[in-house]
Design a protein around this ligand. Structure first.
Ligand code: ADP
Ligand code: MG
Length: 348
């Protein structure tokens, strides 16, 4: 084992896969999570169960690690900032604060002259009543949303009176894009103009949850180039270190829009574990631990299917897979509806 210890905040499946990648590089992982049964507990070297606000536990954790990263956005900014005073946190806490707020994120992207959906800030019901132009739309909480949580579709203005919204939270109303396709671009930035970029991935969502991802994406060359260019511009502007994912919409007229940025490894990039020489997880660990950058090589086309809720059961019971198939079980304690339980990647 090398001398390097990587601290990971958050203990979901992304934390597990980061831990597995780190182990391959001889790096020790210490996962900090507020969920006692976090899946990453089974994959890391050491596990700390504590609240993200617990100062004593935060300092114990910081003392044990050389570098710090996180596997989901919703870590309090103060926690990341305190940690960053003592050990290097990447991506930088200020980047996370910007991106975890849907409104600040979209303002930032638009300032770079990159197209997003049309959106408006909503603080109360009367704001909403003036936004008929943005319908049909999706009302989203500005923070803490994932997998479609905190989102309300609104078809027409009459629906607004019946919506039961908690206005202690802030919202953003987004005009619905008539989607032809969704794609994502994942890249890992190591420093100024130093990055490894994966080819665009085509994603299919159902009920706002990712169902499957594949490469190559069935898109024209322009869209492929534009999506990569915009992703690089975003990463450079943020002076980002680590793996980042940009989610895009393509409308029926082949217009490209940035949907959102994830300042972390991403579900659509699970197929990089088997389809590339270096996965998004290994690249993230390399970048945040200041290890060597390795040129990316694609090994195969691939398709990844998320196993949600009960869909995991037949795979657990009968692991008869082809040579080109790879089954991942996140070993979550309980099967829940709409919960990502595992995934299956097929190379072809
Ligand atoms: P989350 O943080 O939950 O991933 P997203 O904003 O990415 O939130 O929304 C999840 C999914 O919902 C998107 O991938 C897309 O399929 C759909 N969606 C979200 N916003 C829009 C929109 N403005 N127009 C069309 N579809 C949308
Ligand atoms: Mg999303």
């Amino acid at each position: 084992m090398s001398e390097i210890s990587l601290g990971i905040l958050g203990g979901g499946q992304l934390g597990s896969m980061l831990s597995v990648a780190a182990k391959k590089l001889d790096i020790k992982t210490i996962v900090f999570s507020d969920d006692q049964d976090a899946p990453a507990k089974k994959f890391c070297n050491e596990f700390i169960f504590a609240q993200y606000e617990n100062k004593t536990q935060i300092y114990d954790f910081v003392k044990k690690v050389d570098f710090i990263t996180y596997e989901f956005e919703n870590i309090p900014y103060e926690t990341l900032n305190e940690m960053n005073k003592l050990k290097t946190v990447n991506p930088k806490p200020s980047i996370n604060r910007l991106i975890q707020h849907r409104l600040a994120e979209k303002d930032f992207v638009n300032k770079l002259n990159i197209r997003t959906t049309r959106y408006a800030h909503v603080e109360n019901k009367s704001d909403l009543e003036l936004l008929e132009d943005f319908l049909p739309g999706l009302l989203k909480t500005t923070t803490m949303g994932y997998d479609g949580k905190g989102q309300f579709p609104i078809q027409n203005i009459d629906q607004i009176s019946s919506l039961n919204l908690d206005f202690s939270k802030e919202y953003i109303l987004e005009k619905l894009v008539k989607l032809k396709k969704e794609i994502s671009v994942i890249l890992t930035r190591f420093g100024k103009n130093k990055y490894e970029i994966y080819e665009p991935i085509e994603n299919t969502h159902e009920e706002q949850i990712l169902r499957h991802s594949k490469i190559p994406a069935d898109i024209n060359k322009n869209l492929s180039e534009q999506s990569k260019e915009w992703s690089i511009l975003i990463a450079e502007e943020l002076k980002y270190i680590g793996t980042l994912c940009v989610e895009f919409f393509i409308d029926r007229n082949d217009n490209l829009y940035v949907n959102e940025i994830a300042p972390r490894v991403h579900n659509s990039g699970h197929l990089t574990i088997n389809a590339y020489n270096v996965s998004q997880f290994e690249n993230h660990v390399r970048a945040v631990c200041s290890l060597k950058q390795i040129p990316l090589k694609k090994i195969s086309n691939a398709k990844m299917i998320n196993l949600i809720g009960n869909q995991i059961i037949p795979y657990r019971e009968n692991a008869l897979l082809g040579d080109n198939q790879f089954f991942f079980d996140y070993l979550k304690k309980e099967i829940k509806e709409k919960r990502k339980m595992g995934h299956l990647t097929t190379l072809k």
